[in-house]
Write a protein of this length. Structure first.
Length: 457
């Protein structure tokens, strides 16, 4: 466009000299040169900063390297190179036999793990029943100990009563013996008096003395019998105490044994619960293995990741594929979204902002003008990147070509046929500054639109 403006200006100057409207003197020539600089240079500077135009344009799309997740031989190829397809369409199939076998094995292991979990849970139920039984045994043993202690207490009370009975009986014996001795003495006195002097005491009195002595003998004998019975009761009570104490010791031993059994079954319950946890963890591990096996089996079918087409598609049935990024089966071009990137000198972008209007022509579509918006000025360039290296960067290699990339999005109402990846074109950005000179870019971009019919690109 600048060349076009310069051509028109030179033509006007030549016309002025040809028509002799201006004499070819040094002063007019110098004035024409200075005027040309301002007439052409001024608008050119304002133009490049307000509505910059760039022929450095490229269309780009997301590219996916088709690397399989699992390795194996290709069993069947479904996709064809450069043929459009939809997301989820089948690209190829890898022989699934080893992965199906792995899934079957993992499924069997999962079933075995679940059976083991059921057995472990049944063991917990048995252990809980044993714990309940042991607790009941402890309660029974505790009750038996209590009963034995009560029996011992009763036996001690019986001994105490027996000893009291002995003491009472012995006191009765002493009293009866004293009475018997007195009766014997009175009898002897009465008998002696009767023998000495029959008239000194009556026969009735003697008889009464004899009867009193006999009654005293009987009372003494009864008292002695009571002592014997009391002593026998004491011996029986002491024997009962020994038996009750032995029963108490036996009940205490039973309680200790019951508690030992309870501790043992508690330990068995803890072990059974631990077995359940271990079995449950085995089930989880087996489920994870089944999930992995199912995933690997599903990965035997390579599907289209999006709408698009494949290029560099040379796989055939029998090809061995491995999950290595450097050995991709092909390249998939995602046509769901197309971006346009233009390269501009950095100083031309001082007024460019996101949202500025854009007009562009694309080389595959001569005669068509497309519109869009500036998405963003990409604030980075690879010339400023220093990769990690064992070598110190060379200062002579540090520098920049002075270009930055601008990402452009087409308006949604723009209908574009299938746009090839890497297509070129020309783009004009219209900033909010210098709007009067926007006409230059508008003319230039429309000229380029029609020139595409005759100019190779």
């Amino acid at each position: 466009m600048i060349a076009f403006m310069l051509t028109i200006y030179v033509a006007v100057v030549v016309l002025l000299f040809k028509m002799k409207l201006v004499k070819p003197n040094p002063y007019p020539i110098a004035l024409i040169l200075v005027a040309g600089i301002f007439v052409i240079g001024g608008p050119a500077v304002a133009w490049t900063l307000s509505a910059p135009v760039s022929p450095r344009v490229v269309t780009t799309q997301y590219v996916v390297q088709l690397v399989p997740y699992v390795k194996g031989q290709v069993a069947k190829v479904h996709a064809q190179a450069n043929v459009p397809m939809k997301k989820g369409d089948l690209l190829l199939e890898i022989n699934p036999t080893p992965y199906q076998n792995a899934l079957d094995q993992a499924t069997a292991q999962l079933q075995a793990a679940r059976e083991g979990l059921k057995q472990a849970e049944a063991g917990v139920d048995v252990a809980k029943a044993s714990v309940a039984s042991a607790a009941a045994g402890v309660q029974q043993a505790t009750a038996a100990v209590g009963q034995s202690k009560a029996v011992v207490s009763n036996a001690l009370a019986s001994i105490k009563r027996a000893k009291a009975g002995i003491a009472s009986a012995e006191a009765g014996v002493t009293k009866a013996k004293a009475a018997d001795d007195l009766a014997k003495t009175e009898e002897q006195i009465a008998v002696n008096l009767q023998k000495t002097d029959a008239g000194a005491i009556s026969a009735l009195r003697v008889t009464q003395s004899v009867q009193s002595r006999q009654a005293a003998d009987a009372a003494l004998q009864a008292a002695e019998t009571g002592v014997n019975e009391a002593q026998a009761a004491l011996l029986q009570a002491e024997a009962g105490l020994s038996q009750s104490q032995a029963a108490e010791q036996q009940a205490a031993a039973g309680l200790v044994a019951a508690r030992a059994v309870q501790q043992q079954v508690d330990a068995s319950e803890s072990q059974a619960m631990l077995g359940v946890k271990i079995a449950a963890s085995k089930v989880q591990a087996a489920e994870a293995q089944v999930s992995d096996a199912q995933f690997n089996l599903g990965q035997c079918k390579m599907l289209a990741p999006a709408d698009g087409y494949v290029v560099n598609w040379t796989v055939q049935e029998g090809t061995m594929l491995v999950p290595v990024p450097l050995a991709a089966a092909g390249t998939f071009i995602n046509t769901e979204q197309t971006f346009i990137v233009a390269s501009y000198p950095q100083n031309w972008l001082m007024n460019v902002e996101s949202g500025d209007d854009v007009e562009l022509v694309l080389n595959p579509f001569p005669g068509r003008l497309f519109k869009g918006k500036v998405d963003q000025v990409i604030p980075a360039t690879g010339e400023g990147q220093f990769d990690p290296s064992k070598s110190v960067p060379l200062a002579s290699q540090v520098g920049s070509h002075g270009f930055l990339a601008v990402k452009i999005l087409l308006d949604q109402d723009q209908t574009i046929p299938s746009l090839p990846l890497g297509a070129g074109g020309t783009v004009a950005i219209y900033t909010d500054h210098g709007k009067p000179v926007h006409i230059i870019s508008k003319v230039a971009i429309r000229m380029q639109k029609w020139l595409l019919y005759i100019m190779p690109s």
